[in-house]
Design a protein around this ligand. Sequence first.
Ligand code: C5P
Length: 296
Amino acid sequence: MRLRAHAKINRSLSVLGVRPDGYHELRTVFQSLALHDSLEFQCVRQGFAIECRAAGVPCDERNLVWKAARLVWQEAGRRGEPVGRVRLTKRIPTQGGLGGGSADGAAALVGWNRVWETGLSLDALSRLAVRLGADVPFFLVGGTALGRDRGDALEALDDLPPRHVVLVFPAFGVSTPEAFRWWDEDNSAFGDRPSAFGDITEEPRPEARGPRLEAPGGDQNDLEAPVSRRHPELAEIRRELARAGAEHAAMTGSGSTMFGLFQEHARAVSAAETLRGQGWFVLVTGTATRQESALA
Ligand code: C5P
């Protein structure tokens, strides 16, 4: 049984403050991309294995595909360790804010539930997804969706109009905790300390930057400024994407990948060529609707 695990971008991302559990309270609009990994699940008699040839992807218990297998196995009341084999074909570059590992984890929840005939409901799988990571529940919804709380309380939105997407990968990476720490540093340095939890259970503070909830097509990523301050290359990529005709350019998630949205394919392709010519690694893909990115 094969499943496609689609990448995402954060079309917008507002950081509203810090929660008591140390996570950040978010409002983010996720958007699925056509770019995807593939997972092929097999039932075997004994043992558990992940086959993956991509450099830097762990094939052991650190992989979310493995963690997902354990969660489904245990939730279904089975004893001992899970039994199965999965071949993982990676196309989504890792650790760039495209949610590749999380997408694979979500696909694994759905895939194992099906091949083992464990019969867990989508609700049950969503609860397991939250345990895998804050980004994971989105991939069970797909398309365009609003994420609240840690980004893990999902509300499906109508699909946004399709766009061609140019992804630009700077040479440096940013870890997710690092990006949030930089946001903390920058927001306390100016006397605007991250709010106490009491403030952020309410609607966004008036001064909160970023898109308003009723305007999910808003286009700010609050993590971009802190990352850009430390890596000015991002601002340069944003300028180049705009110059090449992107109707919108921003960082996705905690970075460091930047994306540009284009209405015309030819323009996206020529923007990609220009940016490649300047030395960046670039991919061209498109947005994917909920139906196109569906796991079930
Ligand atoms: O949940 P996940 O493992 O993807 O999160 C990785 C890290 O990113 C967390 O340990 C936390 O430091 C940071 N994070 C955060 N607020 C969020 C999501 C992630 O601070 N809403």
